[in-house]
Design a binder for this molecule. Structure first.
Ligand SMILES: *Cc1c(COP(=O)(O)O)cnc(C)c1O
Length: 345
């Protein structure tokens, strides 16, 4: 099986597991896990923030951040395809009591102009605009990125209006590689940022939320409230630290594989994709021209040995990652070519 469903399917390898076995641990709810503390400090410094907080998932990182930033009845400006809006079970409505004001970004990427136009005037009838959420890279946008300039122009605008900015940086290292910059530059003055270790970085579990020391102190209380206070969890942080040391630069390989997949797919009958838009590890293509909907395309391709995810009525997503080699992409392309020929008959 060539599993291109998501970069979350990566398996922790032997060396990562060995790092986990030998990790020094302590009670992290009491702040005493040295490996967790090391990871949190390292991430805060990498991201240019005051402090960091380890949480079990990217969803919890985002929702703890939102809960810390807003009050019930506040409005959050966000792209309509953002993970926080699309894939987090309406957690923000349930937990923080926030209302989303959805904007349509350019493949998920918002402009400062669109945000400026959506900020509410002071008006007794309207909710106050309090938070902007960005996503870099943008998952449903096809791994698109916010550049340093774009992020900075948005954070400047927001701070001039007394609005906070949270960055869902689940794949921020992918963005930094594609933009030939650092994750620190890409945070461009945001008030909080989350990064996932269980995506392309290949750790089994974990995200880190970063922000100012005061923000993180408050977020720590909400993490406990959400049930995310864990004990000897340095075992997991050890996997994340291993990933930071060994799996960041190699993301470039995933980008290369994704670019090749996209440019070859673009030449196949019935498939539509703009390969120049694929700059990280996410490949979204339209299969309408094959006469199949996304679900049946994906199901049938799975029986041939390539796993993908139906993403829209006729769009399918393939993601490259740590456990997919260049040769697997060749093989996947061969299978797809053959599959298209046989289904055209
Ligand atoms: C995967 C992902 C998350 C977090 O997902 P979890 O499964 O909760 O870890 C958040 N944002 C984006 C953009 C993601 O792709």
């Amino acid at each position: 099986m060539i599993d291109l469903r998501s970069d979350t399917v990566t398996m922790p390898g032997r060396a990562m597991r060995e790092a986990m076995v030998t990790a020094e641990v302590g009670d992290d709810v009491l702040g005493e896990d040295p490996t967790i503390n090391l990871l949190q400090d390292k991430m805060a410094s990498l991201l240019g923030q005051g402090a960091g907080l380890f949480v079990p998932s990217g969803t919890m990182a985002n929702q703890v951040a939102i809960k810390t930033h807003i009050q019930p009845g506040d409005e959050i400006l966000i792209d309509q395809d953002a993970h926080i809006y699309y894939y987090e079970c309406a957690a923000t409505a349930v937990i923080a009591g926030g209302q989303f004001h959805c904007l349509k970004g350019d493949n998920g990427i918002l402009s400062p102009e669109a945000i400026a136009a959506a900020i509410r005037p002071p008006d007794i009838h309207q909710p106050p605009s309090r938070l902007v959420c960005l996503e870099n890279t943008h998952n449903r946008g096809g791994g698109t990125i916010y550049t340093v300039e774009r992020t900075t122009s948005i954070t400047k605008l927001a701070s001039s209006q007394n609005i906070k900015v949270h960055l869902d940086g689940a794949r921020l290292f992918n963005a930094a590689l594609a933009a030939r910059t650092t994750v620190k530059e890409l945070t461009g003055g945001v008030d909080s940022v989350s990064i996932c270790f269980s995506k392309g970085l290949g750790a089994p579990v974990g995200s880190v939320l970063c922000g100012s020391a005061d923000f993180i102190a408050e977020a720590r209380r909400f993490r406990k409230m959400f049930g995310g206070g864990m004990r000897q969890v340095g075992i997991l942080a050890a996997a994340c630290l291993y990933a930071l040391d060994h799996h960041v630069e190699r993301l470039e390989e995933d980008h290369e594989n994704a670019r090749r997949l996209a440019s070859e797919l673009a030449q196949m009958d019935g498939i539509q994709i703009e390969p120049e838009q694929v700059i990280t590890n996410i490949v979204i293509f339209d299969v309408a021209g094959t006469g199949l909907d996304a679900g049946s395309f994906s199901d049938k391709l799975a029986t041939e040995g390539v796993l993908t995810i139906p993403f829209g009525p006729t769009t399918v997503r393939a993601v490259t990652h740590l456990d997919v080699r260049a040769a697997d992409i060749d093989r996947a392309l061969e299978i797809i070519r053959h599959f298209l020929k046989s289904s055209a008959r």
